[in-house]
Design a protein around this ligand. Sequence first.
Ligand code: KIV
Ligand code: NA
Length: 271
Amino acid sequence: PLRPTLPADILARKGGVPIVCLTAYTTPVARLVDAHCDIALVGDSVGMVLHGLPSTLGVTLEMMILHGKAVVRGAEKAMVVIDMPFGSYEEGPAQAFRNASRLMAETGAAAVKLEGGVHMRDTIAFLVARGVPVMAHVGLTPQAVNTLGGYKVQGRDADAARVMADAEAVQAAGAFSVVLEKVPEGLAARITQTLSIPTIGIGAGVRCDGQILVVDDMLGMFTAFRPKFVKRYADLGQAADAAIADYAAEVRARTFPAPEHAFPDVVPVKK
Ligand code: KIV
Ligand code: NA
């Protein structure tokens, strides 16, 4: 039976068959993701991938709601998780609840995701206690790019204890899963072993409980930059470029439209 995936289903997948996740920002892509994945994430990466922003910092709640609505329309069985954008939750638990409840109520998403570990503990607990399932996100947290000093690997050497503490803190606060972004594979494996909630890796090696990628990255549609952890499963950007070049050449040569794409002046009589 087609029933949407829920946070409890994801929690129950700990240590089992890996949890398959991709981002989605539109209805057609959500339909494609829904056919094969457990989770469709409306990531704030939408700002960089679809809106041309230089980082995720300029993404607004209104943008997330618009894309969230589109994704929910295309997802029947995958769980839709929606990112809380920069500035919509960091002031404190009350602000976070006000905006998380809007994201869920206005889009129909089943859960929110927010960035941060130890310092988000109280906020996550506040949300979970009030009916907002939370996916956490630790390691490289792109909304903190300016304080982190770039999109660097997190948790190498002495820094490993910080990432482990962050992961333990979000679990204690009640998160139903946690994204580990750009952390060394051995550390990600240790965090996965230590936690009782599923870890979803991106640039975190194969020993996480699940994986996520930005769908436009893995399809070769977003090519402005390419982190090491992105595997290209298709080259749709190149295919689209070739198709648009053909169209432009045919319009200039007046070979498009051909007669079969045009309407005759006289209605043909059927015999
Ligand atoms: O915004 C996003 O796409 C994300 C995933 C890459 C985890 O947060
Ligand atoms: Na994000």
